[in-house]
Design a protein around this ligand. Structure first.
Ligand code: NAD
Length: 332
């Protein structure tokens, strides 16, 4: 499946499906992006074209790779026809367990026995999706991060019955796409990335709610502090650098004081009830006018592109000097 020449179907042409299909096609895979909604497919094509131009302008992709990717990317509203000769189906429909189970059962009926069926779910049970099919060993999680064509992490998750060979193949595929895959050995809710993200989010809400800090300063504390380092050193290796004795003594007095909410607290609940949903409704923790949002989005995108250039260059450096790569130390 990691080889070129394999046939891949991406099911669901929304935010994630479009980016995943683009990345696969632009790395030489034949892809059929499939959706029930023909308009969604047209929107995905427009989004992919814009994204390719942005990548080309940033020097991250050649126009030849974009043109070749365009040739390799087909679209369809006919699921049966799309999967008839598929080696791999990547499902990226909305996050609804009943819908996904229905789709996995349909895929099981329509796709040839050799086809692996994987889900981009953000954290629903891979085991349950596998049980909706007659081939649970060929079902796994394959969770990309938005924007899929830029963010390196892909979480490859085992359900209870997933074959180890499928995990290896998905990790190989993601690596060949220039991604940084990890293996999530058990399909715990939220996998790993979202558990980390939401642990930080819970503490951020706690601090703002207690009046310890303003939302603006809270965000600055992350982007200029831990977040600044975490792009290179994850939280465990950052602790190694800080000294585990130091992290031990801080943990001893600090953890008992951290937020431990088990349901969304008022700082979140109230905003949702008031339809302050963030950028999409013009306000959340901050206010957004159409102009300020366009400016912020543009600056964010340029920042992420610059970061991607840096991450790609770092990966090349590490590949060139594997003996000095002290970052790979599986302790358990
Ligand atoms: P989306 O709403 O943008 O797109 C979903 C697409 O699925 C739509 O185009 C819709 O027409 C299509 N669809 C719905 N039912 C379908 C069906 N029966 N057959 C074929 N297509 C169908 O959703 P999204 O944000 O791309 O999320 C997709 C999945 O990816 C979810 O599981 C989500 O949790 C996960 N995810 C989302 C993000 C994110 O930031 N948006 C990040 C990582 C993972």
């Amino acid at each position: 499946m990691a080889e070129t020449g394999t046939q891949i179907v991406v099911l669901g042409a929304g935010t994630m499906g479009a980016g995943i299909a683009q990345c696969l096609a632009d790395h030489g895979r034949d892809v059929i992006l499939t959706d029930v909604d023909a308009d969604a497919l047209a929107r995905a094509r427009r989004r992919i074209a814009t994204s390719r131009t942005t990548l080309e302008d940033a020097g991250l992709q050649t126009s030849e790779a974009s043109a070749e990717g365009d040739r390799r990317l087909a679209t369809s509203t006919d699921l049966g026809q799309s999967v008839a000769d598929a080696d791999l189906v990547i499902e990226a429909v909305p996050e609804d367990i009943d819908l996904k189970c229905r789709i996995f059962s349909e895929l099981d009926r329509l796709a040839p026995p050799r086809t692996a069926l994987v889900s981009n779910t953000s954290g629903l049970s891979i085991t349950r999706l596998g049980q909706a099919t007659g081939r649970p060993e060929q079902v796994a999680g394959f969770h990309w991060w938005n924007p899929a064509e830029l963010v390196p992490l892909v979480e490859v998750t085992s359900g209870e019955s997933t074959a180890p060979e499928l995990i290896e193949q998905l990790i190989d595929l993601a690596t060949q796409l220039g991604k940084q895959p990890i293996h999530v050995r058990r399909d715990v809710p939220g996998f790993v990335g979202n558990r980390l993200q939401f642990a930080v989010f819970r503490e951020a809400l706690h601090l703002v709610e207690q009046g310890v800090v303003s939302p603006e300063d809270l965000d600055r504390a992350m982007t200029g502090g831990p977040g600044f380092r975490w792009g290179f050193l994850g939280p465990l290796q950052a602790a190694d650098f800080g000294g585990l004795d130091v992290f031990h003594s801080i943990s001893s007095y600090l953890w008992q004081d951290l937020g431990d909410a088990t349901v969304p607290p008022p700082a979140l609940e109230d905003r949702v009830r008031e339809n302050r949903l963030g950028t999409k409704t013009g306000g959340g923790f901050y206010e957004y006018s159409p102009e300020s949002l366009a400016d912020l989005t543009d600056r964010r995108d340029r920042f992420l592109l610059g970061l991607k250039q840096l991450v790609d260059a770092t990966a090349v450096d590490e590949a060139a000097s594997p003996d000095t790569d002290t970052r790979v130390h599986p302790a358990a």
